[in-house]
Design a protein around this ligand. Structure first.
Ligand SMILES: C[S@@+](CC[C@H](N)C(=O)[O-])C[C@H]1O[C@@H](n2cnc3c(N)ncnc32)[C@H](O)[C@@H]1O
Length: 211
């Protein structure tokens, strides 16, 4: 397999953004936004950190709903692609950061959203990233995103992060698990046919209890 398929470079990511730009917002994001009771959480504007925003379709949905978004991606091409899609009136709500997700410090936030991006974290840096996400969430805040399972076809082929179900369940400890959905199916990726194995997760960080 070529190096570009192992670790996609800027041109390949840019092609991926064009390929995905027309998709609707992901079901996981809509479910997170629609089914969680965001009411009664004060009048402060809700804030999200999105990791690996790609073409930015989900970023646009958050902005459309009035969220303040810190959108992070490792690719300059993603930032350029998103900048061209954000309506002028929504721009004040958006901060874009081009940086690797590994080693980030994140600001306090109501939602960390990572759609099909955390598996691209270097495996040895994943525990630190997961701890960073947990710290950034405000009490009552949510994480929503996917992790790749250990039976995903790319496991063993690419330098990415994969988890067994047991490991995913362990990551959910300390959170209220609102969704843990496992999918194993034959499908397609940008690179062609692929056997997918992944977990959709929505987790809530418990609110502080009064002592
Ligand atoms: C499969 S795409 C998903 C994009 C989008 N969230 C979606 O659901 O369509 C993964 C994204 O993560 C970004 N990414 C990959 N590795 C990264 C890293 N180490 N740090 C930050 N972003 C990374 C890529 O540039 C890409 O935009």
């Amino acid at each position: 397999m070529s190096a570009s398929r192992l670790r996609p470079g800027p041109r390949r990511w840019a092609a991926y953004y064009r390929w995905t730009a027309d998709r609707p917002p992901r079901e996981l994001l809509l479910r997170t936004l629609d089914h969680i009771d965001w009411e009664g959480r004060g009048r402060r504007r809700r804030s999200a950190v999105e990791l690996g925003f790609g073409a930015g379709t989900d970023t646009l949905e958050l902005l459309r709903r009035g969220w303040e978004v810190l959108a992070i991606d490792g690719q300059e091409a993603a930032a350029k692609f998103l900048a061209g899609r954000v309506p002028a009136r929504r721009r004040p709500l958006l901060t874009t950061l081009v940086a690797p997700m590994e080693g980030l410090e994140l600001p306090p936030t109501d939602l960390v959203y990572a759609s099909f991006s955390l598996p691209f974290c270097a495996p040895e840096r994943f525990p630190e990233l997961w701890a960073t996400i947990g710290r950034a969430l405000r009490p009552g805040g949510h994480f929503a995103g996917q992790l790749f399972g250990d039976r995903d076809e790319w496991n063993g082929q690419r330098p990415m992060t994969f988890h067994s179900r047991r490991q995913v369940e362990a990551l959910g400890r300390g959170f209220r698990v609102e969704l843990l959905r496992e999918t194993e199916e034959a499908g397609r990726s940008f690179d062609g046919p692929k056997a997918w194995h992944f977990f959709d997760m929505i987790l809530e960080k418990p609110a502080r209890t009064r002592s």
